[in-house]
Write a protein of this length. Structure first.
Length: 135
């Protein structure tokens, strides 16, 4: 995304935030950075990208972190691929793994898959929005 003037709350603004989260999700982990936190940013990137598409299509959405819910709200003329639909697995990173608790630690392979899915969703959403006449 360029540094053009972006209207706050617009689809382009939501995409700008999605790209920021995607960059954060791609940070190289170290002993001070938890993979769970990187996966949270992958989830956030996907969520914000989907909300950008919904906003661009004039579709209201509930306050939710559930990727599946957002995918189900997409208009009929916007058909996500199986891979994009598969990003619904990122929902677990929105809350469950963000706080200390009784869960299995995220592996590097899981982190890489979360990033890959988020990158697919963000780029897909960007293509949808760029293809629209006026956003």
């Amino acid at each position: 995304m360029s540094n053009e003037e972006i209207e706050p709350g617009s689809p382009k603004d939501w995409l700008r935030h999605a790209f920021s989260d995607l960059e954060l999700a791609h940070i190289a982990p170290n002993e001070k950075i938890l993979l769970e936190d990187l996966c949270f940013h992958a989830q956030q990137a996907s969520e914000k990208a989907l909300k950008a598409v919904l906003i661009a299509n004039g579709i209201p959405y509930p306050k939710t972190h559930n990727i599946r819910t957002l995918l189900e709200l997409l208009p009929q003329n916007v058909t996500p691929s199986q891979e994009i639909q598969g990003a619904s697995i990122l929902t677990d990173y929105a809350v469950i793994s963000r706080y200390p608790g009784d869960f299995e630690p995220v592996t590097e392979d899981e982190h890489q898959e979360a990033f890959r899915l988020a990158e697919s969703v963000v780029k897909w959403a960007e293509g949808i929005i760029k293809g629209m006449k006026r956003v």
